[in-house]
Design a binder for this molecule. Structure first.
Ligand code: HEM
Length: 600
């Protein structure tokens, strides 16, 4: 047996057999060679600081540590099957990180009992971490590919292993295009995540949200945590609806402002995004809080719009791995887009609080219903829970109410500029019609055909709306999707599928009234969602769209600004919770015999 060198009291060279032991622990060669400078008082090493004792100890250590990487791999497998496979973890990112840091610290302490060199301890710790995470992720991969209850569903192999694959592919916020590729490659029922099925099927909207469905909203809706809200809550019983007709005259005033505002541009190009952002923000303020933000009149962009746009740009690509966004919101300092997110939340919260304090001033707005719910739940919920719910509802309604209308209006003005024959047809229809007559506007076929066609080709909510299957799963075309699986059906793809629409990519407003044969399956059309979860602002939004198109076409002729590249809208289109079309620049030339609001 090799004798331990005693040239210095606290350093000894490793016998050849120990070299072997340690290298099997995958240690870096430097740490494998020498245990150095152990302070006598540190460990039992010092207590047995005789050559025989040291030898005995080193053998014991070697035998013990030889198995540590195997134990670490096993721990990874156990953590997967015993812990992470069960329940939801998206809200626990900081806890998971903290738990692993504690585990690492305990392990480091244990290792330091046998090795006083910091580099040696960290080297071994790194080896064990690699072994642990290797075990964890290998176990996940094998399980998800071969043993998961969705393993018989086809789809991209890497998508079955991790959602990060999807996030990677849509990091430029083009999920709508990516989903279209997936449909073209894999067909109608596709496994797009470890526990996720995407349906490209006309029955999907009804299955996900139709009356009597058993689904619940998926974890995405926790993005406003700790807030909750009507839209973001996972409990569909909390869904609330209110009548919208009271808002019509107030929206008419805003459309009058819009027409005046456009008139001030004269022959200069109008940035449709900017103008429609002002208008839809004003509508949102009026409808939601009974508050006039006055943007269309003042032609000033509210900072809330900028925070909203930047916040949604952050949330968009992370929509399929919401735990990353939540982790960022919880751990990152409030700078950049994280700051925009917080400021957007605070804007919504502040306005809801001031609306709560000031009362409704005798005018119904959407907040009336939210506040009613807030007060009605005083005996059943804590104050904190009610405050968080009201705040989350405000965030939902601000985003849902302002950004959606804007997106489809951008689409409408692009189509009407590109295809002036449709603008002319609408002009003929609205000629002499009183814009205040909501019933008359709702009955105009080409006007509504234009709006429907724009909602089909530029759906403001392009993807998302994810659900979790209920206790009985979901049956689609004789395929049973098991319970507890995330299901989704991207509207953008559904609205352009050849099996549901003739000439799916063409703008043909007539398909909605005189050419019904061009619609093969109308179930595929659900821009406002359906059933128990349809949009609370649907009727009001449709009216606002009809009013804007009617009044502006009564007052103006529209066309692209010279030099505008028509492809910009499609090339720069982004899917960031709501649709963000690329820029559209138009010229609005006053009609010789204007009969809209501006002439009143
Ligand atoms: C063209 C315009 C609009 C479209 C296409 C649209 C579309 C949608 C869709 C698809 C949903 C369901 C989202 C989901 O399930 O995750 C929704 C929900 C909602 N929308 Fe709209 N929306 C529009 C305008 C508006 C407006 C103007 C308001 C209010 C001012 C509004 C308020 C809401 C609210 C509060 C919800 C949540 C309903 C709930 O689940 O409790 N929307 N909208």
């Amino acid at each position: 047996m090799h004798a331990v060198s005693t040239t210095t009291p606290h350093t000894y060279s490793i016998p050849p057999s120990r070299h072997l032991d340690i290298s099997t622990s995958l240690l870096p060669p430097s740490s494998a060679l020498v245990f150095s400078s152990k302070r006598p008082s540190d460990s039992f090493l010092s207590r047995k600081a005789t050559p025989a004792g040291l030898q005995e100890h080193s053998m014991a250590v070697g035998q013990g540590q030889q198995h540590l990487p195997i134990l670490a791999i096993a721990a990874g497998v156990v953590a997967h099957h015993g812990l992470f496979r069960h329940g939801e973890w998206h809200l626990h990112g900081p806890h998971i990180i903290a738990g692993h840091l504690v585990l690492g610290a305990v392990t480091a302490y244990y290792l330091s009992r046998f090795d006083n060199a910091l580099a040696g301890v960290f080297g071994r710790l790194a080896v064990l971490a690699v072994a642990y995470f290797g075990g964890l992720f290998s176990s996940m991969t094998i399980y998800r590919l071969y043993f998961h209850r969705l393993s018989s569903f086809h789809g991209p192999r890497l998508a079955a292993v991790t959602k990060l694959w999807h996030v990677w592919h849509v990091s430029d916020s083009t999920n709508f295009l990516f989903q279209q590729k997936i449909y073209k490659t894999y067909g109608t029922v596709v496994r797009t995540g470890p526990n996720e099925i995407t349906l490209f099927h006309p029955a999907a909207p009804e299955l996900l949200d139709g009356f009597g469905n058993e689904t619940t909203r998926d974890v995405w809706y926790d993005i406003v945590r700790p807030r909750t809200s009507a839209i973001f809550t996972r409990n569909k019983l909390e869904h609330k609806e209110g009548p919208m007709n009271d808002y019509y005259p107030r929206i008419a005033n805003l459309v009058r402002d819009l027409s005046h505002c456009i008139g001030t541009f004269g022959e200069n190009p109008v940035d449709i995004d900017q103008i429609m952002s002002w208008y839809s923000w004003d509508v949102m303020g009026e409808v939601l809080f009974g508050e006039d933000f006055n943007l269309t009149k003042s032609k000033v962009t509210h900072p809330g719009i900028e925070h909203r746009d930047r916040a949604l740009a952050l949330a968009g690509p992370l929509g399929d791995a919401i735990w990353i966004a939540l982790l960022g919101f919880q751990l990152l300092p409030p700078v950049g887009r994280v700051n925009d997110w917080r400021r957007m939340m605070h804007f919504c919260e502040d306005h809801m609080v001031s609306r709560l304090n000031r009362g409704d001033n005798g005018r119904i707005d959407m907040a009336t219903y939210f506040i009613e719910e807030y007060e009605n739940t005083a005996t059943t919920k804590t104050k904190t829970a009610r405050d968080l719910h009201l705040s989350g509802t405000a965030v939902t309604a601000v985003v849902a109410g302002s950004d959606t209308t804007r997106a489809v209006l951008i689409g409408i003005w692009w189509f009407l500029s590109k295809f002036p024959e449709h603008a002319k047809k609408v002009q003929a229809e609205v000629d002499g019609v009183n814009p205040n007559d909501a019933t008359a506007l709702a009955a105009l076929p080409h006007l509504n055909g234009v709006i429907n066609e724009a909602l089909r080709l530029v759906p403001p909510v392009m993807t998302g709306g994810n659900r979790i299957t209920g206790p009985n799963g979901m049956l689609i075309d004789d395929i049973l999707i098991p319970p507890g699986v995330k299901v989704t059906c991207p509207r953008y793809v559904l609205h352009r599928m050849e099996s549901m629409w003739v000439q799916p990519n063409d703008f043909i407003p007539e398909r909605w009234y005189s050419r019904p044969e061009l619609i093969l399956d109308k179930r595929a059309f659900s821009p406002f969602s359906t059933g128990t979860r349809y949009c609370l602002g649907k009727n009001m939004a449709l009216h606002a769209l009809r009013l804007v198109v009617t009044v502006l076409l009564q007052d103006y002729n529209v066309g692209f600004a010279s030099g505008y590249d028509e492809e910009t809208i499609w090339r720069d289109m982004r899917d960031q919770v709501t649709c963000q079309p690329g820029a559209v620049h138009c010229i609005f030339r006053p009609q010789a015999s204007s009969c809209g609001f501006s002439s009143l």
